[in-house]
Write a protein that binds this ligand. Structure first.
Ligand code: MN
Length: 293
């Protein structure tokens, strides 16, 4: 018996890129997209995609300087190149190719995000995703924390060809659980497919769901979807079939919507305007700590 297919609502081409600082050239798929809407694809509020580009060598690492966050999480996935970060609590680290950093900004961090020094000096391919994952109201002011998820700690679910796999970052793919803790139910995977491989996904109808083609030639539910494009699904029951005709990587996002009001301003994501004003006051009065440029 074969299940019905979950229909694609729209295939989005990458919007024109903009620079975040001087180190990230991103296509913003949402929020603000006419089809997905101002509230993003809850619980995923924002999707910035640095499609693969090559940076030349630079002595001064390119990146984005000191800035705050409050009320959500940043999920950074590096496909090519390396990123370094520092925050006002003294934390720092490097996100290498294939690694994930899941930062819970919660009550607030000041941080900066740069190309890692050695990568910067050599230059080369750079490709990454940053997703802003919303937090429910009760957890918005949780203590900040990091989940560093190196590639070798991710769960791998082998697919039927025996070499392709679902790399599970968060959630549970057919019994294989990802390492990330999440505050609300969500599924985040990289489908890493060899030419000729296929994978089937199935999520609850109410889960907001989208697939970003990181590389390769794929069809999704028999429709070709080009690299760097985003397939956005309807909220309905049904399978999602991915077929790869070349080696491919597909980022899979699906999550239960957080049905709460959204108040967004710059790097803050809260429920009310008063909470946004408080965030600005707290940054200006040093409650997020200090961090040198
Ligand atoms: Mn940031």
């Amino acid at each position: 018996m074969s299940n019905s297919l979950r229909n694609i609502q729209a295939i989005l081409a990458p919007p024109p890129p903009h620079m975040v600082g001087d180190g990230f050239r991103v296509h913003n798929f949402f929020p603000g997209n006419d089809i997905i809407g101002k509230k993003g694809m809850s619980p995923f509020f924002l999707l910035d995609y640095n499609a693969r580009i090559s940076f030349g060598p630079s002595k001064e690492p390119r990146g984005v300087g000191v800035h705050p966050h409050r009320g959500f999480e940043t999920l950074s996935i590096a496909y090519h190149g390396r990123i370094a970060h520092h925050d006002s609590a003294g934390n720092s680290g490097i996100i290498k190719e294939g690694d994930v950093q899941w930062m819970t900004a919660g009550s607030g961090v000041l941080h900066k995000e740069y190309h890692e020094k050695e990568y910067s000096q050599k230059g080369g391919d750079f490709q990454m995703v940053q997703i802003w994952v919303n937090l429910p109201a009760k957890d918005k002011m949780t203590t900040p924390k990091y989940q560093e998820i190196p590639n070798n700690s991710m769960a791998r679910h082998l697919l039927s060809d025996g070499v392709s796999y679902m790399e599970v970052i968060a959630g549970n793919y057919e019994g294989t659980k990802g390492p990330a803790f999440t505050f609300t139910p969500m599924e985040v995977y990289n489908a890493k497919l060899k030419a000729g491989a296929s994978a089937t996904l199935n999520f609850p109808a109410n889960f907001n769901t989208g697939l970003l083609i990181i590389e390769g030639s794929v069809t999704i539910n028999n429709q070709p979807v080009k690299p760097d494009h985003f397939a956005y699904f309807k909220n309905e029951e049904g399978d999602i079939n991915i077929n790869a005709s070349s080696d491919a990587i597909v980022l899979v996002l699906s999550g239960e919507p957080i049905d709460e009001p959204i108040a967004a301003y710059g790097p803050f994501l809260m429920n009310t305007w008063a909470e946004l004003e408080q965030a600005v006051v707290d940054v200006n009065t040093g409650k997020f700590g200090v961090l040198e440029e």
